[in-house]
Design a protein around this ligand. Sequence first.
Ligand SMILES: [Zn+2]
Length: 315
Amino acid sequence: MSDYMIYQKAKAEIEERRKNALLEADGRNEIARSESEEIRRIDDELTKTGMLIFKTAVEGGDIAPVRERNKALQARRRELLVSLGYPEDYTEVKYSCKECSDTGVVGTRYCNCLKEIMIRERIAASAMGRLIEVQSFDNFDLSHYSYDPKVAEKMKMILAMAKGYVRDFATKKGNLLLIGPTGTGKTHISTAIARELIHQGYNVIYDSTQNIISDFESDRFRSGYGREESKSEKYLDCPLLIIDDLGTEFSNQFTLATIYNLLNTRQNKGLATVISTNLSPDELARKYEDRIYSRIIGSGTKILPFEGKDKRVTK
Ligand SMILES: [Zn+2]
């Protein structure tokens, strides 16, 4: 989903909140008016004094007396609500967000409530939607590696490096390669990285190599008609792309060219890429030509070597 679509969705949700807040206040006003004749009379008069204030102001008259009368009516109205057993602000509009009155905007900025929805939508739209709920740095369990103190020490280092990557992301934006056997925690760590950076407001995209290639493939074959959204564009311009399970994709000329183009474009744009793979450096070298290999494992890349037994087997 594009940033614009995410914004549209968030905006629609805020508008819905505002509409509901206004509707509910209308409903409470109807209840109050149905229960008190004096409130009905006050409301009629308030409407008139509102217009009178406007008219007097336009004609350059003194609006102070009408203002006073207006205030007194509102105070009386609050008293009446309390005497009916309601809170004194019962009929006021209760917006979900007091900062922006459910408009999504404060001055010229997006309100935090709108930003929060956008973050949520971004997570939901990403392949890791579910994983991100359950996998974080906090619940990465180092005790799983306690059977071997050396492995435990290395995994502790990896965890610290991953946290450091997130901490320095705004200034460094380097690449990471998570390398090691299946079931040693690579997915957990890469999901945790995504989770943290999404919460910092970055548009993070996370998907398997196979799905990413499929999106490039479908763009390649789609018709030139209509206004279909490009599926692959996002991989070329998101600030962080996490490519899961590199090496498991079916390999042919097209997939190799796609992977090269993807990594090369991102490198040229200075965009960060995190790759996880079960292949060893030797296997990577055999599977990919030099120009790809050097972009997977090259100088701008920090390597996190995962170790240990397969969690899913030992559990
Ligand atoms: Zn707000």
